[in-house]
Design a protein around this ligand. Structure first.
Ligand SMILES: Nc1ncnc2c1ncn2[C@@H]1O[C@H](COP(=O)(O)OP(=O)(O)OP(=O)(O)O)[C@@H](O)[C@H]1O
Length: 807
């Protein structure tokens, strides 16, 4: 890069900055003016409108004047919002207007166009020349996809080809040019080096300036119904997903709104971690939720749901007994497509027999019995779909209630209630009666006029004595009060005994096979039945039962669908079962799905493999509608850490570290627990002294986290924070956190609390151990009291340093 280039770039930057400033100065009064105008119109809305309803013409005029005023107000508000958006976008550009440039000569045109790329577009005052192109414009895609030489990009009108003569990167801070790089192949390793070398942030950053080609393919993929991304730990899956949301919102801005996109994240803390990326790019956040939240919403408060964290805590901490084996088998079976099919068949069986209803009861007495409902239900034409028959039954029940209600008014219990109405209740009753009375009096007056006008005498006496009917009205009110919750519960389908319908499945093996057509069952089925029923009897559901329970409920009661949603993103996609995917597909019938995950981090028992011919996920929408992208380059950790962590996994040779070097992972071995806490405290101090601001002490389980937190506090470790599944936000500092909650996030340094064979001994825990180690960006320290876990014993000794304090 010569001095001349630098000077020219500096001059251009100055010019653009001036123009941005000028635009801000121009927009500021416009924004303020429009805001004031809209405010004024709103305030004086009724003053400007002439309201007169005396004649038909007056009435029409009034309506017209209101709608004119409304149109004026919404026009001002729209202009205000547009100007404000422009103002925000120019302000966002000001400190760093662009980060890249390509010079492109389109075939046949012979003109060299300089394309500067930033977080949004900026057009010169002539309204024609783009001083900055939004990174999401078609032409900007060349910046990510090509190196200098022949290049092309796709537009709605077809492919444009040409020659890219230059590709340049900028670092501009506070309006000052700090670095310039001309790049040839990938997007500036130098810039990426700098970005990745920095400390961890409590919130994720956008990566627009350094998006890599393979990530760009994910971001701009626009033709698959299902996009599956299998990517190594730290390969930028979450980052790419968020940039993809921004891209979709830009590309389809006329018809796609942020709330039509849903992201399922692994835990609430992760939600807060990623929540700043889109606003940083000038876009609104999509809807963010966890699958658990969704289940709780669907199942309601009557049943207490176990969450995936309690489930994994059980799997990791319990001893290997028969009951434990049964639970593991249950988790696997209840996550399978076979179980899904079994439930479908069960719904078919319920169409013929076995439905479970709850009687509708009033004051300890059956008003409509379950048997009556059953008779009514199975009396419907069996060719009508199950859920539709349930709707018919619901209508029938509401009708029955309407017929029963007047009959109840004369019942003995109403007399009793009348006697026992206290003062407040009377007051409330009279209040209501007064309203009734005024309605009554109004209708009385109306009837009188009608009578006079039509010259017809009313059929009734017209001399309704209100006082005489007071008691009757009170009775009516009392009964109505008791019937209202019954109606509500019918509308909410509570006459279906969903718990019993689910429990019934677990009575015995032969019955289950008969009801579901299932032929193969887990070996420990009787124990599985016992465990499931036991839990249900306490009004609780295991996590593995929650989705199937909701699925069955919907098969019977009818689907709840979200037809508004157009895109569903599932992060940490390996942690969802095929059962859950089928469920999501039904729930969002009009949405495209993007699933991002890493089978190497599949720590839950119900995990789904995402890639390869084995992946059942490809079947969800079919091969022709599915696209699979693999990311093998890992950006988060230093080369030394990636080389080490990838050797912990079996068959992970393909993972390629980004070339950023640091210290090798350090293995520290001590003799006993007491020494361990002491050593960790020392290591923490050393890491802080090195400048690591965010450090995680990662344990295997939540129970271990609690113990470690106390032990380290006893060592007087300063500013420690214990992270539990309830922790809502992610902050810098030193955290003690169980591995499964550290999923998706990253730290400057990671300390594995006890990497001994006492703690990590089951082969099934390998991926959990790997996940924990891959959270480290710059430093990884593993400590153990006693013998190392077998996962470490297989690692090549050249990949780490050792410090042994063991005798
Ligand atoms: N193109 C890029 N430019 C700059 N930084 C990047 C890029 N891609 C990824 N990173 C950084 O690498 C780190 C890991 O990214 P991210 O969390 O998106 O990966 P992931 O694949 O979701 O990881 P995991 O599966 O381990 O949770 C983040 O700090 C992210 O900013």
């Amino acid at each position: 890069m010569n001095e001349q280039d630098w000077k020219q770039e500096q001059e251009r930057l100055n010019q653009v900055t001036e123009k941005l400033q000028a635009r801000i100065e121009q927009l500021e009064p416009e924004v303020a003016g429009l805001r004031d105008q809209a405010g004024e119109i709103r305030k004086r809305f009724w003053e400007e409108v002439t309201v007169n309803t005396s004649t038909h013409e007056d009435f029409e005029e009034t309506v017209q004047s209101i709608s004119q005023q409304e149109a004026l107000l919404s026009d001002r508000e729209r202009s205000y919002r547009m100007r404000q958006q422009q103002w925000r976008s120019v302000n966002r550009l000001l400190p760093s207007p662009y980060f890249g440039r390509i010079d492109f000569i389109e075939d046949g045109l012979g003109i060299r166009e300089q394309v500067y790329i930033g977080v949004s577009s900026f057009v010169d005052s002539d309204g024609m020349s783009f001083l900055i192109y939004d990174w999401r414009t078609p032409i900007a895609s060349m910046y990510y996809d090509h190196s200098p030489g022949a290049a092309s990009y796709d537009t709605p009108g077809g492919r444009i080809t040409g020659e890219m003569e230059l590709k340049r990167q900028y670092q501009i801070r506070g309006g000052k040019l700090q670095h310039l790089f001309d790049t040839s192949v990938t997007i500036g390793d130098e810039l990426l080096q700098q970005v990745l070398g920095k400390g961890a942030d409590p919130q994720m950053k956008s990566i627009v300036a350094t998006i890599q080609k393979e990530q760009n393919a994910i971001i701009r993929n626009d033709n698959s119904r299902m996009l599956i991304v299998q990517g190594a730990a730290g390969s930028g899956k979450t980052s790419a997903a968020l940039q993809r949301v921004a891209y979709l919102l830009y590309k389809h801005r006329e018809r796609l709104k942020a709330d039509q996109i849903v992201l399922f994240s692994p835990n609430p803390m992760f939600n807060s971690y990623v929540s700043t990326v889109l606003p940083e790019l000038g876009e609104e956040n999509m809807q963010q939720t966890t699958f658990q939240e969704y289940l709780e919403h669907g199942i309601g408060k009557k049943l207490k749901l176990e969450d995936p964290f309690d489930q994994i805590e059980y799997v990791l901490t319990e001893q290997s007994t028969k009951a434990y084996e049964a639970r593991l088998q249950a988790i696997a079976y209840k996550a399978s497509e076979a179980y899904l099919q079994a439930l479908r068949n069960y719904a078919g069986w319920l169409g013929r027999e076995g439905m479970r209803f709850r009687s509708i009861r009033l004051l300890d007495r059956d008003l409509i019995t379950a048997e009556q409902m059953e008779a009514q239900f199975y009396g419907y034409d069996p060719s009508i779909r199950l859920a539709n028959r349930v709707t018919l039954l619901q209508e029938w029940l509401l009708k029955q209630l309407s017929q029963l209600e007047p009959k109840e008014r004369e019942a003995l219990w109403v007399d009793e209630e009348l006697d026992y109405l206290d003062k407040d209740q009377y007051a409330a009753a009279y209040q209501e009666l007064r309203v009734d009375r005024s309605i009554f009096e109004f209708s009385q007056a109306y009837e009188n006029i009608r009578e006079k006008m039509s010259n017809k005498v009313r059929r009734d006496e017209g001399d309704f004595d209100y006082a005489e009917h007071e008691e009757e009205l009170l009775r009516k009110m009392i009964v109505k009060e008791h019937f209202a919750p019954l109606r509500r519960s019918v509308k909410r389908m509570q006459f279906i005994d969903a718990e019993q319908l689910y429990t019934q499945l677990f009575s015995d093996k032969d019955a289950y096979m008969a009801m579901t057509g299932e032929t193969e069952l887990p070996e420990l089925w009787p124990l599985i039945c016992e465990q499931t029923k036991e839990k249900l009897s306490q009004s609780e559901l295991f996590y593995e039962d929650a989705t199937p329970f909701l699925y069955l409920k919907e098969l019977v009661e009818g689907n709840r669908m979200s037809t508004e949603v157009r895109h569903v993103f599932v992060d940490e996609g390996q942690d969802y079962s095929m059962f859950q995917y089928e469920f999501l597909k039904r729930l969002f019938p009009r949405a495209r799905m993007t699933v991002l995950g890493d089978f190497g981090q599949a720590i839950f028992t119900q995990a789904t493999e995402l890639h390869g011919a084995q992946s059942p996920l490809i079947r969800l929408y079919g091969e022709s509608e599915t696209n699979l992208i693999r990311l093998v380059r890992s950006y988060r950790s230093t080369r030394e850490i990636v080389e080490f962590t990838k050797s912990l996994l079996i068959g992970a040779q393909e993972i390629v570290p980004f070339d950023r070097s640091g210290e090798k992972p350090l293995l520290v071995q001590v003799d006993c627990e007491e020494q361990l806490a002491e050593e960790i405290a020392k290591q923490l101090e050393a890491l802080r002294a090195e400048g690591c601001d965010s450090i995680a002490v990662i344990t295997k389980t939540a129970a271990e986290s609690r113990d470690v937190y106390e032990l380290l506090q006893a060592q007087s470790c300063p500013a420690l924070r214990l992270i539990t599944k309830e922790t809502p936000t992610f902050e810098k500092g030193t955290l003690v956190i169980p591995a499964y909650l550290a999923k998706g996030v990253e730290f400057d340094a990671v300390l594995i609390y006890d990497a001994s064979s006492k703690v990590y001994d089951r082969e099934s825990e390998r991926k959990l151990f790997y996940t924990a180690c891959t959270r480290a960006m710059h430093r990884l320290v593993l400590c153990a009291a006693g013998e190392w876990t077998p996962f470490l014993q297989q690692v090549d000794t050249s990949l780490y340093e050792v410090k042994s304090l063991s005798q």
